[in-house]
Design a protein around this ligand. Structure first.
Ligand code: ATP
Length: 465
């Protein structure tokens, strides 16, 4: 089968043009010939040639190669990514080497061997294709970087506690220091990590987030460090790990507190050496990544060496940011609620929605165990369900959620769910119980329920928890 490719042969020797066309026509879909180099600009503007074969000398007695150099430069000026193969007279190797310095890809010498010509043109064509692929990949990569660093949701709240946080972010961001963010679920840790990235020197590079709580232990190394094809069952091709993929940018290690001790040791070694060795490789690769880590564990858990390696902690917490729970900055609640009210009213085409005084008081009084994430979901649900433009306290179903604040006494699920046969209701109660039992630690609750964190969040949203 012929290759889909446009080839142009430029030579003043009519025999070469005829022989070349006959030969290449068998292999490539379009072969044009030209014996007057002055026509090159017009030909190049009319057709997108994949490969150009260009003679070095035009006119009788010419052997300096000057004309070849001249036309090569013209071609490259007109089509900077052109693939040009020089046709040289026998013994013109020096001239050909000179041409390659000027941008030619390869050369063939006359008289030529047919197989050699076909092989050279085919290789040149592959080069052209892989350059095109590289360009596409570069563009895709750029778009992905852009998407990853797109300004996240704005951080709302002007309470003194949040002012301190903004201050810390602006001081830490430009320094490249590793940052550890502490705070309950839904307090905005990822938002803070993104803000740090956006205000850093790396803001034009990638921001990658890895949820360590949801990676299976067996896949930790492959996920973070990458792997080589065939290094374990299922490794069907080389894979770049998250650390290398974030090269030049910021890597957000979420749920760092959930990392088992032996994996903490591996992570520490990689961070100390600033080199990563993919699974199945024996070659360490250097990387340049800023680490921002986060956990919903209390600081006391991280300083307990039974649970967390202290040397890893020191490496991660050059700067530490402790995010307050929403209930400890209740003066921000109405502003955040208003912010999301406007956002969801626009999204669901319900204009002019407002919070009544009763709704505001109820929202401020509520303890928000799920913090800003839960408040955001509560507002979204209320906007969807509301019958009028003015939201009142009962639109938020806070009474049932307030149950979450009651003392935690984990019952066995079997006994507690007896009597309930509606599957939706059962699911809601199981999720509620798991959340209460694990004090709203999403990773732990998800694990107990046999779900990923994302799947648990979806169910929490579905049931308004
Ligand atoms: N200050 C804030 N202003 C506006 N929205 C916020 C704020 N803080 C958090 N949010 C919103 O709350 C939700 C949860 O935020 P984020 O994912 O950053 O929290 P998190 O602490 O990383 O949660 P988790 O511990 O569950 O990973 C997001 O939708 C985020 O946009």
């Amino acid at each position: 089968m012929k290759h889909e490719a446009n080839i142009l042969i430029i030579d003043d020797d009519q025999d070469i043009l005829v022989a070349g066309k006959l030969l290449l026509k068998r292999q490539f879909s379009q072969v044009d010939v030209c014996n007057r180099p002055e026509q090159i600009p017009k030909l190049l503007s009319d057709t997108d040639y994949d490969v150009v074969l260009l003679d070095m000398n035009f006119g009788p007695g010419e052997s300096s190669g000057e004309q070849g150099f001249y036309w090569l430069e013209q071609i490259i000026a007109l089509k900077p990514d052109a693939i040009v193969i020089m046709i040289t007279a026998h013994g013109g190797i020096d001239v050909a080497v000179e041409a390659m310095k000027l941008g030619a890809t390869d050369f063939i010498s006359k008289p030529w061997h047919n197989e050699k010509v076909i092989a050279t043109v085919t290789t040149a064509l592959e080069l052209k294709r892989s350059r095109q692929q590289t360009q596409v990949l570069k563009a895709t990569n750029q778009a992905l970087i852009q998407a990853s660093v797109e300004p996240g949701a704005a951080m709302v709240g002007q309470s003194p506690r949040m002012q301190q946080i903004y201050n810390l972010i602006s001081k830490a961001a430009p320094t490249d220091a590793n940052v550890l963010i502490l705070g309950e679920n839904g307090t905005g840790k990822e938002l803070v990590a993104r803000a740090i990235h956006q205000q850093s020197q790396r803001s034009e590079q990638v921001f990658l987030s890895v949820d360590l709580g949801s990676i299976a232990e067996t896949l930790f190394e492959s996920e973070l460090f990458g792997h080589k094809k065939g290094s374990f069952t299922g490794a069907q091709q080389d894979r770049v790990g998250k650390i290398k993929a974030a090269d030049g940018g910021t890597l957000f290690l979420d749920e760092i507190g959930n990392l088992p001790m032996h994996l903490q040791a591996k992570l520490l070694t990689v961070l100390e050496q600033r080199k990563v060795t993919p699974v199945g490789s024996n070659k360490a690769e250097a990387f340049d990544v800023r680490i921002v880590a986060a956990t919903n564990y209390d600081k006391s858990v991280l300083t307990d060496e039974q649970h967390f390696r202290q040397d890893l902690l020191y490496r991660l917490n050059t700067v530490e940011i402790q995010l307050p729970a929403l209930r400890d900055r209740s003066e921000d609640i109405v502003a955040i609620a208003d912010h999301y009210l406007q956002q969801y009213a626009r999204k669901y085409h319900k204009s002019d929605m407002v919070l009544s005084d009763s709704a505001q008081s109820a929202l401020v009084a509520y303890k928000w165990p799920g913090n800003v994430r839960a408040l955001r979901h509560a507002i979204e649900r209320a906007v969807i369900m509301a019958e009028s433009e003015q939201l009142v306290a009962s639109d938020f179903q806070l009474e049932s959620e307030q149950v979450n604040q009651q003392p935690i006494s984990p019952p066995t699920q079997a006994t507690d769910l007896v009597g309930e046969l509606n599957l939706e209701a059962l699911e809601k109660r199981a999720v509620e119980q798991a959340l209460r039992k694990h004090k709203y630690n999403i990773s732990h609750a998800a694990k107990e329920l046999g779900l990923t964190r994302a799947a648990l969040y979806r169910r929490m949203e579905k049931h308004g928890l």
